[in-house]
Design a protein around this ligand. Sequence first.
Ligand code: HEM
Length: 630
Amino acid sequence: MAMAGRLGRWLRAGRASRCGSGGASGSSSGKSSEQGWRRPLRHSARPACAAALPAVLACQYLDGRRSYCEGGSSSSRGSSIIRFRVDVDRPGLLSEATEVLKKQQVNIRDARISTEEGSKRATHIYFVEESGETARGGLSEERLAEVRAALTQLASGSCEAEPWPVFSSEEVAKHQTPSNGIWVSYKDGVYDITDFVQNHPGGKDKIMLAAGKAIDPFWRIYQQHTGRGNALELLESMRIGDLSDPPDTTRTASDPYDSDPERHPGLIFHNNKPCNAELPSELMMDSWLTPNPVWFIRHHHPVPEVNPEDFRLCIEGVGTKAVTLCLEDLKKRFLKREVVATLQCGGNRRSELDQIEKTSGIPWGFGAMSTAQWGGVYLREVLQHCAGLSHENVEAFDVKHVIFKGMDGMEASIPIEKALSPYGDVLLAYEMNGEALPNEHGAPVRVIVPGVVGVRNVKWLGRVVASTEEAEGPWQRGLAYKGFSPMVKELQGIDVEKIPSMHELPVQSAIVSPKPGSVTELDDLEVKGFAWSGGGRGIVRVDVSIDEGKTWITAELADGKDQCYNRAWAWTFWEASVPVPAELQGKEFTVLCRAVDSAYSTQPERPEPLWNLRGLNCNCWHRVPVRHQE
Ligand code: HEM
């Protein structure tokens, strides 16, 4: 299965595999590395370096410890690349060949296949080394002869091998531009990321910081790459060789997450570095306001430590008088305002989309949302009364966005209409549920933008900038919070910046009880859950069904049902008592819910049409399988 996955990705990606001139690392040949680049595998599996080989070697094993390519390095650690060219490819051949290699006790590091358009020919490519603790390295001539004999019995064709390329960091550093190829190293591997750069969920600018360099120090900060998800797998599919001088990992650099706060063990942790943890369903409806210690956490970086006494908030930008405020200024010069608001991550319920096809992001259940009473000052009052951003200035200077810059490196913006609206309730918050804002949640001051996707609610706020442009960076302009059609599987040819960034979220609801797999003996099933919608749209109704939507019971709305029209920033709890009809007694069935908001928008039935590359905005009917026992 794993192999099939890799294969699928490789073929879908349709990318060119490029390889330097067979280990030109630090070579004195002076040969430019482009000369050694491979053409796209899909059309030709023959590398330029192999093409330069004497014909007699073309179907022979090339000793992994030697390079036959001009400018070759002698520092190869001896893995081999076996190319098995078959005249007529057939389904299952890759698995059969893999089995043969395994039986020959060859360790397969990676396997790929490239097909020739309009032909049945294909090239199976195996990145292999001798297996066994002590015997790591390329295959000996005898061993390769055995492997070749075994492989060529499977199908007619030819089989050849070449050394696994080895590059120095000096060579990697020469590849920093699309024209020259963008290479990075990670541990002892070298990767060609040229075609991936524009598809990077963390944005092109971030990944380009590592162009030509080792990504290890970057990934120590962004540990979501290694903790979970598919980043390592993606990276491996782009491997083009080994690094001859990998960074010394025995010297432990200080961990940027050492000073992160202690966390409540009841949270469901998806990552720790940076921390991404969800509110467990068991605690979700204990109280309408989520207790601070179990509030969901969505971080992008280590938690910065800011001494409240040293805190300064800079407000600046077009049409604005630059001002700097300390915490006391905010507390004393402005009226304290309180807003109850639910925040939801744009990727909440992503795990349901992942079941259709893996997306890229944290596989949240439905707990990437929580509610608090926030205390602070209205952003609009600070902007208008203190920084002089009048409506006239907005017009005159064409101010369109307000950008928030966090001290952790986050940056996001909201439209000026929301920032200045007297009904928008955007807050510079220094309190959470009656306590000083915890460090975990952005102390001393964070932004609360009610009704809007969580990522705009920037924590550890340092600067507020009135601007004619949206914020820069992956979380605003990049693909991280952009929605695509289910048909979009890669971003070649798509100008991501032109796609509007996410702000208000669609109507959402989920069943908190019963839990999936519950068994009930009662004639009436007690169902409860929450519902919420973006843009302050309150919940007007929640429907519950246990017969796949043929009939529905209207739930009783509870906490949160009486919020202001179009300022219903917090979730609404609901409950329903659903009679189990005779035909479902003693059977398994699914409990469904769907909410309707004040715009009479409702949740879509199926997840499939919602699937998108980043797994955002999953709000289909929530489904919980249960069993009735007589
Ligand atoms: C070179 C290979 C790289 C690959 C294959 C890769 C892959 C990914 C993937 C799959 C994600 C989505 C993670 C998730 O949300 O689950 C991601 C996010 C991200 N990446 Fe990378 N990445 C690479 C390099 C880098 C580098 C060098 C940097 C920093 C300089 C970086 C910074 C980020 C950031 C900031 C995010 C967004 C994290 C967030 O929003 O929490 N990445 N990357």
